[in-house]
Design a protein around this ligand. Structure first.
Ligand code: 6PG
Length: 258
């Protein structure tokens, strides 16, 4: 990974969303200028809604050529796309439909498939085809959005699971300890090819996990700690509550320069 993780601290969840939207649009403009497209992996959970609400607002929705953006998913629960627990449904309702993203630029994981392993292999084929990268090559996303669980999980890579140890495949089926147990997830090596990984973390309940991942060298195989892009950047945008477990040194003001 090129350098230490960059930590940006926003006053509150609202400012976290603003900062994340600023960065998303800037990265998107850079990617479109460089390659004509912006390939972004959306995160599950609820925190990304802070970002999505900003991106669909008049302040941001006109700042990016949305027809140049391709939307992928970092993980999915094994439920139908219209299920309340579906990560696709959350993104569709809060981001993709409001921005009128064409279906052909949305690449969702088929959580509804009867066989999660087959769905994982199918998604891997989609990625390899879209990127024109046959095995054993590694596609490189422009941006991967991630959240952080209280146990240090990210995407659907949970502590002590086989999915966390996968080093050959891009996408695997995984198991969650709670909620919808059957999942699909990008693997650690797939994420570590990204140009930028952006963790968005909000709330006091995440403070211990944030400290464990960013500062504590003692904690073992906390999944989010394994996300260290080979040549890309890791950026954390935290609100003050989520950052409250960090040493003072990391408590900085939100930096607007990229
Ligand atoms: C999921 C996400 C998961 C999420 C964290 C944080 O499918 O749930 O991929 O990794 O990012 O659990 O979730 P919140 O943002 O809801 O706190």
């Amino acid at each position: 990974m090129s350098g230490a993780p960059e930590v940006r601290i926003a006053e509150d969840a609202q400012e976290l969303g603003q900062e994340a939207a600023d960065l998303f649009v800037w990265l998107g403009q850079q990617a479109v200028a460089a390659s004509g497209r912006f390939r972004v992996v959306l995160s599950g959970g609820t925190t990304p809604k802070l970002l999505y609400a900003m991106l669909v607002s008049p302040a941001f929705s006109g700042q990016l050529e949305w027809p140049r953006v391709e939307f992928y998913f970092g993980d999915e629960r094994c439920v139908p796309p219209d299920h309340p627990e579906s990560n696709f449904r959350m993104a569709d309702e809060t981001l993709l439909r409001p921005l009128k993203i064409a279906p052909e630029r949305i690449f969702r994981m088929r959580g509804e498939a009867d066989d999660p392993d087959e769905a994982a292999r199918e998604y891997e084929t989609v990625l390899r085809t879209q990127f024109g990268v046959p095995a054993p090559g590694w596609p490189s996303f422009d941006l991967i959005l991630l959240g952080l669980g209280e146990d240090g999980h990210t995407a659907s890579l949970f502590p002590g699971t086989p999915a966390l140890e996968e080093r050959a495949r891009l996408v695997v089926a995984s198991r969650a300890p709670g909620g919808v147990k059957n999942r699909l997830t990008l693997t650690v090596p797939a994420m570590n090819q990204a140009r930028v990984v952006l963790f968005l973390v909000s709330g006091i309940i995440k403070a211990a996990a944030v400290h464990a991942v960013i500062e504590d060298r003692e904690t073992g195989r906390v999944p989010a700690k394994l996300i260290r892009p080979v040549s890309g950047r890791v950026i954390w945008i935290l609100d003050r509550a989520a950052a409250s477990g960090l040493t003072v040194a990391k408590q900085g003001v939100v930096s607007h320069e990229e």
